[in-house]
Design a protein around this ligand. Sequence first.
Ligand code: AMP
Length: 541
Amino acid sequence: MLGLMQDWPLLCHRVIDHAATYHGKREVISRSVEGPIHRTNYAEVRARSLKVAQRLDMMGMKLGDRIATLAWNTWRHLEAWYGILGIGAIYHTINPRLFPEQIAYIVNHAEDRMIFVDLTFLPLIEKMAAHFPTLEHVIVLTDAAHMPATTLKNAVPYEEWLAEADGDFAWKSFDENTAAGMCYTSGTTGNPKGVVYSHRSNVIHSLVANQPGMVGLSPSDVIMPVVPLFHANGWSLAFSAPMAGATLMMPGAKMDGASIYELLDTEKVTVTAAVPTVWLMLLQYLEQSGKTLPKLERVIIGGAACPRAMIKVFEEVYGVDVLHAWGMTEMSPLGTVCSLKPEYSGLKGDAKLDVLSKQGHPPFSVEMKITDDLGTELPWDGKTFGRLKVRGPAIAKAYFKGEGGEILDEDGFFDTGDVAHIDEFGYMQITDRAKDVIKSGGEWISTIDLENLAVGHPDVAEAAVIGVAHPKWDERPLLVIVAKEGRAPTKEEILGFMEGKVAKWWMPDEVVFVPEIPHTATGKIQKMTLRERFADFRFPE
Ligand code: AMP
């Protein structure tokens, strides 16, 4: 017997309908690419998204077409997303920090028919136009007054393009499993692979992300996603914020400490989200300027391991709760959030920081397991680490066009490529990427643990640990340090600080100081590049 509930497909544009109907006056504030702060609200965003949908329909865009965006977080980018979704086309966010060859590869692989592009990236598109044979139209996210002269014959300013629609249009209706969005993973080896979200997976994911104990947005929140919409489905904040009716603060192109602080302060942001490198810049700015964060309640930190020292400063110096989160493009992206369950809520000081440094526990709809290399499940004792595998309705089952072949195990779990342990209360902690872990004398050393420890030293801005070949132990850890501005710590000081805090045989064999550590397009330490750079490194005898 089937249930007798209504068939109400979980379609993404229903989210903006909900926001416009019940939270219509709630603001969507943006730092525009042109400069000034722009203010609109959910009712207006919905009305203009509907015009985007109508305009796309007038141009012959249809169900299943891929439409790219190369843009910062602004209201126009948001309108483009919902407009694309509303006709059953697929938003394809492109990360502008990728190499031009990678951008050309993914635009062609996705067969994008159109692109919405910010002024910032117009020169890039002009330069690469010959490499984009499938691209029929370029919509520049600005108005005629700010539209620069361009060599592109098929480029028009967004506002004038939009003005040709009267808004007398209805969203298209289709199956909830229809593809909604696409985001390519920037794997370190091989070509990027396309992850394809569905309307259903996006809606389920946002419902789940909005639970208390997860991101948990409410109409009283002012959320600023510093994480760009082009990183891992924008951490789904383009859906979870309007779903909750939260005020949305879109920070545009400027991510330096001073610019981010200005918006946090003037717009009274209560929740914000980004990768650790962004928070590094903000914390340095706060330290130098002596400013504080009285209005900010919680900061979501993910995309790379959040150093314990960073959590400590946010919590203890600025009184801001840190929600350490882990996820992947393939997971829409949320996998876990570290909020304190009753089992841990009484902890104080170092014991509390130990827990907050973990990546946390999953929401309903994410199943996890850890296994050894043969696929045998490992115990949840908070120590034994193995390959982390996941299953759920917002987790990829294949890549676009079948790239990479079969990606699930026989039980339908996806191997994340991360190595982790899980404790008795279901808290997961990443110890490494499988390909970064150091194998020393047959045992594994966690590079993340060592990095977290090293950045706890007051003179260290950033740290990376890589395995370097060793004649006796196969590999040994090399610690690469970027010192804070104006500081010059020594190797002995750093190692002395770390001693006694990790097993003796985990201690780095050598410390090197560099002006900068390379990062990937999504803010992760580029370990492969570091390994190449230190390929000829030899430990002192
Ligand atoms: P992406 O698809 O670009 O978001 O990258 C996903 C990968 O980033 C994961 O598989 C992890 O290796 C890493 N990652 C994301 N969040 C965290 C975190 N909180 N701690 C450690 N690694 C993380």
